[in-house]
Design a protein around this ligand. Structure first.
Ligand code: FE2
Length: 379
């Protein structure tokens, strides 16, 4: 007997839903609320939003009859004069409660200290004219977490225009844009000529900005090499080398702060962030913005050694990429994944000016989906 044979069954009406001859065992169950709410007529083709309001059904939805005709399930509803028609392909895609396929959910590709020549580069004037190139740029951002936009106009507007290709400028509590150069009264180590250790930006915000742009307008000083490490590469190596340390850093929240005369920003974050698949999605780390750890002191017996081991690993020669930024380049990187910093420089030897801002990571993914997929309702 062929055990793979699944006899064709009729639709079976049950108390709270119905059963269809679909799915791996030929018995896919669908709840009536779900079916009524997701009738194709529930969605407005102009706004693409759900226009049906399930909160105002007078009775719980229940099928009076249901039949499969060709490749369509037809339900006549009890207690209302409505007939729903569902393509079986739509139902087959929802038999197991599976999440909707997401074109922006791409596997990350870890990179190491030798990555600089391979960083994907995109010319700003080309990006401004070609949306398919913007899709390639964003794909590189999702996969690698870091790209360089070249041939940037030497203007403030050039940076704004570049950000607008993927989303909006996302303000922080410092405002919309920031200038990295030596300040007379610095409020931040970045605004001095000192070395800036590897960090992610504004960890003290509840939701730190996702994508960072650093537009190099001038760089003629001695020193000041940029340093970057891929948090995914380092955290994955750390996971193998020290599983218990990895667990501590990915499960325990620690406090971050940013404080000066008229602000006092605070948050609690995990150093290693995991995504919905349990894979490392990024980091939140900053020695100059880590608050006094307020964990029980005996927890710190194991947390601190793991924290220091991981911090040293970020700076390991296997992972640390060093290079000199050039005027006209804009580093674009995932602030939740890539740690960045710089070596000290001599402020009297020339000019060093980076202008920066942020965009939102979810908005970048939204732009990518719109560029590469049809969406749910587009023809
Ligand atoms: Fe920074």
């Amino acid at each position: 007997m062929d055990t793979h044979f699944i006899p064709q069954q009729a639709v079976v009406l049950l108390e709270n839903g119905l059963q269809l001859p679909l799915g791996t065992d030929g018995r896919a169950y669908f709840n009536y609320y779900w079916l009524r709410d997701n009738c194709p007529s529930s969605f407005d083709s102009a706004t693409r939003e759900r226009s049906f309001d399930i909160f105002h059904l007078e009775q719980p939805p229940r099928a009076a009859s249901a039949d499969i005709v060709g490749d369509t399930l037809i339900i006549s509803w009890a207690d209302e004069t409505h007939v729903s028609r569902y393509p079986l392909s739509m139902l087959a895609a929802n038999t197991g409660g599976q999440q909707r396929a997401d074109p922006a959910d791409l596997p990350r590709k870890a990179w190491f200290s030798d990555h600089y020549p391979q960083i994907q580069r995109f010319s700003q004037p080309d990006l401004m004219q070609d949306r398919s190139l913007v899709a390639q740029w964003i794909k590189a951002m999702i996969v690698d977490g870091l790209t360089i936009v070249t041939d940037m106009p030497d203007s403030d507007q050039g940076l704004t225009d570049t950000v607008r290709l993927m989303g909006h400028v996302r303000p922080t509590f410092f405002g919309e844009y920031f200038d990295v150069k030596t300040h007379i009264n610095p409020t931040n180590t970045a605004y001095t000529a000192k070395a800036l250790e590897l960090h992610t930006d504004t960890p003290a915000e509840e939701y730190a900005p996702g994508i960072q742009f650093l537009h190099c307008r001038a760089n003629t000083v001695q020193g000041g090499l940029s340093i970057y490490s891929d948090g995914v590469a380092v955290a994955n190596a750390f996971r193998t080398a020290d599983p218990e340390g990895f667990r501590l850093l990915s499960e325990i929240d620690i406090p971050f702060y940013c404080e000066h005369d008229d602000y006092d920003m605070r948050s609690r974050q995990r150093v290693i962030e995991l995504d919905q698949h349990g894979e490392v999605s990024g980091l939140t780390i900053s020695q100059h913005m880590a608050d006094v750890f307020d964990l029980p002191q005996d927890v710190l017996d194991s947390y601190y050694p793991a924290f220091c081991r991981f911090g040293r690993m970020l700076q390991d020669d296997r992972f640390l990429m060093r290079f000199m930024m050039k005027a006209g380049e804009c580093m674009v990187f995932d602030n939740h994944r890539v740690v960045h910093g710089r070596l000290a420089y001599s402020a009297t030897t020339g000019d060093r000016y980076l202008r920066g801002c942020y965009a939102d990571r979810a908005e970048m993914r939204s732009t990518y989906r719109a560029l590469v997929s049809e969406g749910r309702f587009r023809a």
